[in-house]
Ligand binder design. Structure first.
Ligand SMILES: *Cc1c(COP(=O)(O)O)cnc(C)c1O
Length: 363
């Protein structure tokens, strides 16, 4: 069986490094905050070339706290991709604001810059852009429309660790980029974790306060914050993994290239990487017979998954928005056609070729 993703393989590759990182925290007696968290924050800020990095509990909190830091709350509207993982929408809802979906581009998965202006209304306060599947969104075009409407752009970079946009890394030089270190992400912890990177000192300070009960000094609370911290054990593991991220992304790129070459004649719609900058968090093909394809691949011992079978606007959680939604035909078509093939830094090239052979055998 070729598994979709083998999460134990990174530990096997790094051998004792992960164990040593965990042991260091256990022996230190610093079980919340402290030098391991600071060291990772500093290393990750350097990596993405951002002024600040604030570790938080998970990717959803990174987004929610950033939106709150920008003053977004009840009565506000925030533009979000119609096609994304539900957490992007939930972060907006968590502030009390309302998510307003924007369709993906006609031949990609990311937010269509041309869909932004028509979705803007008097209460629109921000745009959350997702670099879905590791492929950077068209930030230049999106920032241009955002600037014309006076809106901040927040990047949901939970699937794009190490990706580039216009020659610099995603997450640097921006209002805020929000990260998840959920184990299956390109940079993954051994549990939950998240971070915000930003060049805006005010956003940085507010996120730090909000994540720490609303204050920076113990027992002094300027705002009604929450408790959302990057765990030192996770920070230590992430520090051990970060130096390997670029090499791991290069291996993902190699697998994407094998798929791109090997699947060109299958009639499947293959994912595009218009900027040549994707870090291939997922390799997502489109097929009109998606379910049949997935079943036949399973019979050939290839595990393929669907990201995501039901778009946020179709979830019961958002049933109350249905009456106000614009038609979202691209998003709905995509949801029926998507299939993610196995990909990860530890999928061997031989296995990638076996996936190619299996797909060619069953289409
Ligand atoms: C994983 C993910 C999140 C949420 O991250 P968690 O750490 O699981 O809370 C948000 N947005 C996107 C696009 C994601 O893939």
């Amino acid at each position: 069986m070729i598994p979709f993703l083998d999460l134990k393989a990174a530990r096997a590759e790094l051998g004792s490094e992960i164990e040593a990182a965990v042991a260091r925290v256990l022996q230190s007696g610093r079980y919340v905050g402290g030098p391991e968290v600071e060291a990772f924050e500093s290393a990750f800020a350097d990596y993405v070339e951002a002024e600040s990095c604030i570790g938080v509990g998970n990717g959803l909190d990174a987004l929610t706290l950033t939106l709150r830091a920008l003053g977004i709350g009840p009565g506000d509207e925030v533009l979000v991709p119609a096609h994304t993982f539900v957490a992007t929408w939930l972060s907006v809802s968590a502030t009390g604001a309302c998510p307003v979906p924007v369709e993906p581009s006609p031949c990609g998965f990311n937010m269509d810059p041309d869909g932004i202006a028509p979705a803007c209304r008097p209460r629109t306060r921000a745009i959350v852009v997702v670099h879905l599947y590791g492929c950077p969104a068209d930030l230049d075009a999106i920032r241009a429309v955002a600037a014309a409407h006076g809106l901040p752009v927040i990047e949901d970079a939970a699937q794009a660790h190490g990706a580039y946009h216009a020659g610099r890394r995603v997450g640097g030089g921006t209002t805020a980029a929000c990260w998840s270190f959920y184990p299956s992400k390109n940079l993954g912890a051994v549990g939950d974790g998240g971070a915000v990177t930003t060049d805006d000192a005010v956003v940085a300070q507010r996120v730090r306060q909000l994540a720490n009960y609303g204050g920076l000094r113990k027992y002094h609370h300027d705002m009604r914050g929450t408790n959302s911290r990057l765990d030192p054990i996770q920070a230590a593991v992430l520090s051990a993994k970060l130096p390997h991220l670029d090499a791991w992304n290069a291996r993902r790129r190699r697998i994407a290239a094998i798929y791109g070459d090997g699947l060109a004649g299958t009639g499947l719609t293959l994912p595009e990487d218009p900027q040549g900058a994707s870090v291939w968090h997922l390799y997502v093909v489109r097929s009109a017979d998606r379910d049949g394809l997935a079943d036949r691949l399973a019979a050939h011992d290839v595990e393929a998954l669907i990201h995501y079978p039901v778009p946020p606007h179709g979830q019961p959680a958002y049933a109350d928005l249905a009456a106000d939604l614009p038609p979202l035909p691209r998003t709905e078509a995509i949801a029926h056609e998507l299939l993610s093939l196995p990909i990860g830094p530890h999928l061997s090239e031989a296995d990638a070729r076996a996936v190619v052979a299996a797909v060619n055998a069953v289409v």
